[in-house]
Design a protein around this ligand. Structure first.
Ligand code: KIV
Ligand code: ZN
Length: 573
């Protein structure tokens, strides 16, 4: 056994390229409590493209007008992008999910067709438990429906993926019949979902092996894994699928998804990277983009990454025990199998200060893996200068935090902008906050400035939140409020990152997140709160009436894993 820390695969001549199919924006968005606004979905899709993802499942277009619009815009705006994709030599394939129903398939196609490379992914359950109790159809009818759906999808688009839902609990012989029929109908990728996260690694590997051996036409298609993490086995099952012939993996960033989530992209990619000779495949993921992508998804979805999460958790590279610290200082590989910089974890060493100029900042950003437009760079540089004025030591960790904060703000035009915040507070004093906001009329673009003040016995942050609520005329419930120090500061000048999760009191099931970073945590709190409220406003503008009866937030989400839950009138079946 080698004691060396692994690097990239040694020889690729005998290895196959593994197709990385990311479903963060579809299965991942089905995580309880997650609602992403269209602009946030576009931002995440852009980052997935930079990360080197091959296929991006951008959503479930038939589920709602909002889902359709998001997939369509991703197809148009992200589909053609080639930033950081030189190794891949082609843009991301944009994919839309559809049940095995004509109308779903047509909607999926209409949304993805704008991307230079696009795919329709259609699915139908095949386990007896789903056929009997959910769909109430016979096995023969199941084969007929699956075949018809794939044939219709193929008439629209060359690249067609089929998933027999709940494959992990389906009769393998019956699966071979369904899969043989859909191959004959034109499917190009066959995905084998362990929908309920029931399988063990051996069992899942055997299923993949059996299907490849016994399905007529198996050699004409790409076989794919799709594992859920109910038993904490999703990554192990996925790797077992690869060992048994799968050449596509369906994964999400941070492993988010229905219930216990899906296989985490970063875990599979880094397992391959760390064991370059063990697996018969390699990927073109730019590992240095992993940490940034993880942070972006965590910030936008409001699903914090657990501290001990493999690869991207805050403790993944932290060494607490003295023996470990001593070992790592003497030789990094004593207790670290992955160098944190390989996955883009920024270091806490001092790199830049207030005298650093544009060139030094630009060089550092490139080293950290950023690809910014000139406008983004300008804004990032101004923010860096402001930070360097109030914080002596600007570390890589600080740079990543402020750039992500700034670019996040740049990517979304706020409905209401926070202009000024002033607070007074202290011992024995009731906290007072005065807040000034500017709102822009969505129709004629006129601006109006409003100022209001609020008091609170619970301190300045509560007073700020109350003032903002009054100004914006909303009534929200604060579900979560967290402050974390981004990096150390020698004079108590560490950057504070605030995350807020809230909901409209009338719509408790739709949650909105906001994050902001500043050396002043009151200001960061105000901006994070305002960002979450802006998302709420933009969401209700986009969804109008539907938001009010919860259709978009709940019915559309639950629909995928239990298709019968979808409001049938809404999807027209
Ligand atoms: O888990 C599952 O079965 C799915 C399918 C829609 C592919 O997500
Ligand atoms: Zn799934």
């Amino acid at each position: 056994m080698s004691t060396m820390t692994a690097s990239a695969p040694v020889s690729r001549s005998t290895q196959d390229k593994l197709i990385i199919f990311d479903t963060t924006l579809r299965d991942g968005e089905q995580s309880p409590g997650v609602t992403l606004h269209i602009q946030e979905k576009i931002e995440i899709a852009k980052q997935l493209s930079k990360l080197g993802v091959d296929v991006c499942e951008a959503g479930f277009p038939v589920a709602s007008e909002g889902d359709f619009a998001a997939v369509e815009r991703i197809a148009k705006e992200v589909g053609p992008l080639m930033v950081n994709r030189e190794k891949l030599g082609k843009p991301m394939i944009i994919c839309g999910l559809a049940r095995a129903v004509k109308n779903d398939i047509q909607r999926a196609y209409d949304a993805v067709k704008h991307a230079p490379l696009h795919r329709i992914h259609t699915f139908l359950a095949t386990s007896d438990i789903h056929l009997e109790h959910k769909l109430r159809i016979s096995r023969d009818e199941c084969i007929a429906r699956a075949t018809e759906a794939v044939r219709f999808a193929k008439s629209l688009c060359n690249d067609v993926e089929f998933s027999p839902e709940d494959s992990g609990r389906s009769d393998p012989e019956f699966l071979c019949k369904v899969l043989g029929a859909v191959i004959a109908a034109g499917a190009t990728t066959l995905n084998i979902p362990d929908t309920v996260g029931y399988n063990t690694p051996d069992e899942y590997g055997r299923i993949i092996h059996y299907l490849i051996q016994h399905t007529p036409g198996a050699d004409k298609v790409v076989w794919s894994t799709h594992c859920h993490n109910d038993l904490g086995l999703a990554t192990a099952n996925t790797l077992s699928g690869i060992m048994n012939g799968a050449r596509q993996v369906e994964v999400t960033i941070n492993g988010i998804g229905e219930r216990a989530g899906n296989t985490a992209l970063e875990e599979v990619v880094m397992a391959l990277y760390t064991h370059p000779k063990t697996f018969p495949v390699y990927s073109h993921i730019d590992t240095q983009q992993i940490f940034r992508t993880s942070q972006l998804v965590a910030n936008k979805t409001g699903m914090a990454v657990q501290a001990n999460k493999a690869i991207v958790g805050a403790n993944a590279f932290a060494h607490e025990s003295g023996i470990h610290q001593d070992g790592v200082l003497k030789h990094q590989a004593t207790y670290e199998i992955i160098n944190p910089s390989v996955v883009g974890v920024p270091s806490n060493s001092l790199v830049l200060g207030k005298h650093s100029g544009r060139n030094a900042f630009r060089t550092r950003l490139t080293q950290l893996g950023y690809h910014l437009s000139e406008a983004e760079f300008q804004r990032a540089f101004e923010r860096f200068k402001r930070t360097a004025d109030s914080k002596k030591a600007v570390t890589d960790t600080d740079i990543v935090a402020i750039i992500d904060d700034e670019l996040g703000a740049l990517s979304q035009t706020p409905a209401i902008e926070l202009r000024n915040v002033q607070v007074t507070s202290g011992t024995g004093v009731i906290a007072t906050a005065t807040v000034e906001v500017v709102s822009t009329d969505p129709v004629d673009g006129t601006e109006s400035v409003q100022v209001d003040a609020a008091i609170s016995r619970n301190g300045p942050i509560h007073a700020v939140f109350k003032a903002i609520e009054r100004l914006v005329d909303v009534n929200v419930t604060l579900l979560q409020y967290e402050v974390r120090a981004v990096s150390g500061g020698s004079d108590g000048d560490a950057l504070g990152q605030v995350s807020v999760k809230l909901c409209d009191v009338q719509l408790p099931h739709i949650h909105f997140n906001g994050t902001a970073t500043d050396t002043d945590v009151v200001l960061a709190s105000a901006r994070a709160f305002m960002a979450a409220i802006n998302r709420m406003i933009l969401h209700s503008r986009a969804h109008g009436e539907k938001a009010a009866n919860g259709e978009n937030g709940v019915a559309a989400k639950t629909g995928v894993e239990g298709a019968e839950v979808i409001d049938r009138r809404k999807v027209g079946v």
